[in-house]
Design a protein around this ligand. Structure first.
Ligand code: WTA
Length: 664
């Protein structure tokens, strides 16, 4: 890449990073003119543009004749009269293209042991699981919850569900029994697929025991079977008549399995994510439109080629692991890494070692990981990327939260060797795939900006009334037209879908992302300015403040009231700060520390360790307005340690400001 400043180096101008000529030459989308041509194509014939992509990227059993159906907006339909199967597209199609011997997954276990599986064997494995599920009575439309760590089995389980038309819902292995129970109850899943344990960072952590606990909490009577993959081999409790070892169920099954051809709109999966209110919502994705965009963005944003070794470090419990592990790369017949462990075990050079070992060419990770590895490298030179041969890399990616320019520069220099473009991909669970992102062989890069919309995505920045704001002025990020991989509804709650994403106050016209954004006055580049709702982003994980508040007040013996806000954090992006009123006298010192620990453990049990508040502050009450609303802006200032500029004259008890000043 060549860095330069557009129009000469004047003070205050942004430095732009251009892809090397060599990169541009070989790129699938080569040069800005190619990008602009695609945008023009989408502008002038929107449905024609998407229909063309849908035919190129996906093999249809029955070709579609309808492209976009807007008759029941905002419940849009794409390619509705077409039929297909996602697992066919990710497996069989690759075999038909002669890729049977090609490695599909290079699995590296926590302890470094490597297992490879080629497309032929993965196909056979998926078919056996699919047949096994069918033998247990799982049919098209049934839901299957998958609660498992990163593994070939996890990916195979997802594809097996897709094969028989069952809708999967993967629950991140870090969620607690309570959170798992909520998701099982909401999906009314028939089967839960799990493993005995997960192994991460040298530790063996329970999975099956948590499933048992979740099911014992009640509300899960839809579950007929629990299938258990053996990972640790350590003993677990098996409930007679309900629980079966996966190996026993799939053992005698045929290695072929006729796919269930489903309509394009058939729900491929549900994935729960946090919103600003209430419980996590089950984001429902389609099969056809979703797969089109998963494959298309993998091909264009990652410039994926047959010889690439692709590594997305996300967990399959998040959307990134769905689109850029289970579906996108598989649909293109890629070779990819699936990693069981954590970036800091056995030490913080694990990623660099793995890139060197497997000759990774495309590496896609989260800013929070980069920031923590920078910190580690600063205090221990032996884990610095410069000690490793990373010359196989040709492209880097970032996802999940804004990447600060300093982290960008470090990633660019020390990991990418000033040679690899960085694609800062903005998207969401709801968008299914990238919506604003550079295309690496076209878009000049600016650190901290996700640059320009993916061709065919009509992203814009508007004001509260839905009117475009001029570049250079901040506003609300929207997408003006429906796109194939968008959320279809919130499972079981279409009203909430409408309210959350197409609110009436806003004219009900545009998809509301929930983020603020600003476009650069000169380049038109987008920079995401953060959530405009009560959603926090902690280490790239989405968390609703209300969700954590509900968890805290559920500790009824201790907590009277709680409010949760975020504050900036150098490593995790945002940190969770809880303000708590106890049902007992205000604690201080060791007592306060002990109660704070008790509350953290409680939240870990209610939601999962990722939701533990970093700071807990106690007060005799919370600052409220005259009408009784918690003054959240004030709490945010306190959390940040800022001087308080808000009007506090209405506070009944000004002494609480001092009390809340102390974090535990
Ligand atoms: C944030 C993850 C800035 C944003 C794929 C969004 C980002 C939320 C970026 C979605 C990025 C994601 N730059 N912010 N490149 N990518 N976000 O659903 O606030 O877990 O709304 O999807 O993450 O998080 P989710």
């Amino acid at each position: 890449m060549n860095a330069s400043t557009a129009g000469g180096p004047q003070a205050g101008e942004v430095r732009m990073y251009y892809p090397s000529e060599e990169f541009v030459r070989q790129a699938t989308i080569s040069g800005m003119s190619a990008y602009e041509a695609l945008c023009r194509e989408a502008e002038s014939d929107y449905t024609g543009y998407w229909a063309k992509r849908a035919r190129e990227m996906v093999t249809w059993k029955t070709p579609f004749t309808q492209v976009l159906d807007e008759s029941n907006a905002p419940f849009f339909k794409w390619f509705a009269d077409g039929t297909l199967n996602a697992s066919y597209n990710c497996l069989d199609r690759n075999l038909e293209r002669g890729l049977g011997d090609k490695t599909a997954i290079i699995f590296e276990a926590d302890d470094g042991e490597v297992t490879r599986i080629n497309y032929r064997d993965l196909h056979a494995k998926v078919c056996q699981i699919a047949n096994g599920l069918r033998s247990l009575g799982v049919q098209k439309g049934d839901r299957v919850v998958i609660y498992i760590s990163m593994s070939i089995d996890g990916v195979a389980a997802m594809l097996a569900c897709a094969r028989i038309g069952a809708t999967h819902s993967v629950v991140f292995g870090g969620f607690s029994a309570q959170a798992l129970r909520d998701r099982i109850e909401d999906t009314r899943a028939k089967v839960v697929i799990t493993a005995d344990h997960q192994i991460r960072g040298g530790k063996q952590l329970p999975l099956k025991a948590i499933v048992d606990e979740a099911l014992s909490l009640g509300g899960c009577d839809s579950v007929e079977r629990v299938l258990v993959v053996r990972r640790s081999g350590a003993p677990v409790n098996m409930v007679q008549g309900r629980d079966r070892w996966m190996a026993d169920v799939v053992g005698g099954q045929a290695q072929t399995c006729e796919p269930e051809w489903v309509e394009a709109e058939h729900p491929l999966f549900l994935l729960y994510t946090s919103g600003s209110t209430g419980k996590p919502k089950g984001v429902q994705h389609s099969t056809g439109g979703y797969l089109v965009h998963a494959a298309l963005t993998t091909a264009w944003t990652f410039d994926l080629k047959p010889n690439d070794i692709f590594w997305c470090t996300a967990d399959i419990g998040w959307i990134t692991g769905h689109t850029y592990i289970a579906y996108g790369p598989m649909a293109l017949g890629a070779t990819q890494i699936v990693f069981e462990g954590v970036p800091t075990f056995p030490d913080a050079s694990r990623f660099w070692r793995m890139i060197e070992r497997h000759k990774v060419t495309i590496f896609y990770t989260a800013p929070t990981a980069i920031r923590s590895l920078i910190k580690a490298a600063e205090s221990n030179d032996t884990v610095h990327p410069r000690n490793f041969d990373l010359s196989s890399l040709r492209l880097l990616g970032s996802v999940g939260e804004p990447i600060n320019p300093a982290a960008w520069e470090w990633y660019y220099r020390h990991v990418g060797g000033e040679r690899c473009p960085i694609v800062d991909t903005f998207w969401q669970t709801e968008t299914g795939g990238h919506v604003i992102t550079p295309l690496p062989g076209a878009t000049p890069l600016v650190p901290g900006s996700c640059t320009l919309p993916f061709p065919g995505i009509m992203a814009a920045v508007v004001d509260e009334t839905g009117k475009d704001v001029p570049n250079g002025q901040g506003g609300i990020l929207v997408i003006k037209r429906p796109w194939p991989s968008m959320i279809r509804t919130i499972w079981g709650d279409p009203e909430r879908f409408k309210k959350s994403y197409y609110p009436e106050e806003f004219g009900g016209k545009y998809y509301l992302a929930g983020d603020g954004a600003i476009r650069d006055a000169k380049t038109g580049y987008f920079t995401i300015t953060g959530r405009i709702d009560d959603v926090l982003n902690v280490s790239g994980h989405r968390m609703g403040t209300m969700e954590i508040e509900s968890a805290l007040v559920a500790k009824t013996d201790l907590v009277a009231e709680a409010a949760v806000v975020g504050r900036p954090d150098e490593t995790t992006g945002e940190a969770i700060c809880a303000f708590v009123v106890l049902k007992r006298p205000l604690p201080t010192g060791d007592e306060a520390r002990a109660i704070a620990k008790e509350l953290r453990d409680w939240v870990a049990k209610e939601i999962g360790p990722i939701a533990k508040p970093k700071d807990i502050r106690f007060g005799e009450n919370l600052p409220k307005t005259r009408s009784g609303k918690i003054m959240r802006r004030l709490l945010r200032s306190i959390a940040k340690g800022e001087a308080i500029t808000q009007d506090t004259s209405t506070l009944e008890n000004p002494a609480i400001l001092d009390q809340l000043g102390q974090a535990y």
